[in-house]
Design a protein around this ligand. Structure first.
Ligand SMILES: Nc1ncnc2c1ncn2[C@@H]1O[C@H](COP(=O)(O)OP(=O)(O)OP(=O)(O)O)[C@@H](O)[C@H]1O
Ligand SMILES: [Mg+2]
Length: 343
């Protein structure tokens, strides 16, 4: 398993494919070091701690920031981009502090979570405007390049509000790429996209990562993150709850106790067999046909439940995980003792 509960120690940067963006990063002062670095980052809003003591290093390639609603992903990304200051802790973008050295922001592109495109504008005008705000020499050429990178037609004359959600998301990504950034942060860019659009956008992010850019993408959907095939930082309740590759994170999540509802014509006999053979840790009979069982080894349960039913001559009408939503997974990661989440 290659995921760990964290977060006290920072880990090293990911492997580094050589590319022009790396050269830019080197020019910006991050040669050899992590491209993005957070140390004990903390942010609160009045009484609410939105981000608490988060530390990590990120290098080139795609890194996913995974967490449920309200976990602190946007606040974290906004701090990393220099948009909002941390109340405590330190951060470095390409070796510099974006609050004190704003020149580093020319190497950064942010895809915000909100719909951030002006409705009546053409994509080219919108992305060119971003290039102008960056003070680029040739914003038009840069906008065309950026739109090309996200497979959009720069000469499309339609206003962006006639675009599909996926196209608007790609325009937002193009806007973030117009300055040729070494660090790209995208806040839930796959939200609301259909599966085909999602695949296209993931491919675009993977390409940006393969070019040597540091690409950080937030998501609250575990399956989405699986597709990135990347390093994952899990944030829950403002804290870094786990980090590792996707498979390791999935294993961590599978290792927790699960509640599963089973419906069967011989539920008592089936529950007894599952308990006796230690396939389940506990069982509660809900009614004549229904039991709730708690399971620690989900793999073993999946493999064993059908043979166990066959053994007692029971028919299974339903096997339903009751707590497979991400919220309960994250609650487990943060709440379990010794899991690095408590402060
Ligand atoms: N400007 C703000 N003022 C007050 N509270 C805020 C502000 N921004 C965020 N919060 C609170 O901080 C916590 C973290 O919010 P944040 O938006 O960073 O989470 P998130 O992981 O991005 O959630 P989502 O998945 O819903 O986008 C939440 O409880 C949120 O209500
Ligand atoms: Mg958010």
């Amino acid at each position: 398993m290659s995921a760990t509960f964290v977060p006290r120690e920072a880990v090293g940067p990911a492997a580094s494919p050589a590319a022009s963006a790396v050269a830019e990063a080197a020019a910006a002062g991050a040669a050899g070091g992590p491209m993005v670095s957070a140390r004990n980052l903390t942010k609160w809003f009045k009484g609410l701690v939105a981000v608490s003591d988060v530390s990590f290093d990120v290098g080139p390639g795609v890194t996913a920031l995974l967490g449920p609603n309200g976990a602190g992903k946007s606040t974290l990304l906004r701090m990393l981009c220099g948009l909002t200051p941390p109340d405590m802790g330190e951060l470095r973008l390409l070796g510099r502090d974006p609050r004190h050295d704003t020149s580093v922001l020319k190497y950064v592109g942010l895809v915000p979570q909100q719909e951030a495109v002006f409705p009546r504008m053409r994509a080219l005008d919108f992305v060119r405007l971003a290039g102008t705000l960056h003070g680029l020499d040739d914003p038009d050429a840069a906008a065309r390049l950026a739109l090309d990178a996200v497979e959009m037609d720069a000469d499309d004359t339609r206003p962006v509000d006639t675009y599909s959600k996926g196209m608007r998301q790609r325009v937002k990504v193009a806007q973030a790429l117009v300055n040729g950034p070494s660090v790209v942060m995208a806040d839930e860019p796959l939200n609301g996209l259909d599966p085909r659009q999602r695949v296209r956008l993931i491919e675009i992010f993977q390409r940006l990562g393969a070019e040597g850019r540091c690409v950080i993408i937030s998501s609250h959907v575990l399956d989405e993150v699986e597709r990135f095939g990347s390093r994952v930082l899990v944030v829950a309740q403002g804290r870094l709850a786990a980090e590792g590759d996707f498979r390791g994170i999935r294993d961590l999540m599978d290792d927790r106790p699960h509640m599963i509802r089973i419906r069967s014509d011989r539920i008592r006999a089936l529950a007894s067999t599952l308990l006796a053979s230690e396939i389940v840790r506990g069982a509660t009979i809900v009614d004549e046909y229904t039991a709730q069982v708690s399971v620690t080894d989900v793999g073993l349960f999946r493999r064993s439940v059908a043979p166990a039913a066959q053994h007692v001559g029971a028919l299974i009408a339903e096997v339903l995980p009751l707590d497979d939503d991400l919220e309960s997974v994250f609650r487990y990661l943060v709440g379990a003792p010794g899991r690095g989440g408590s402060t």
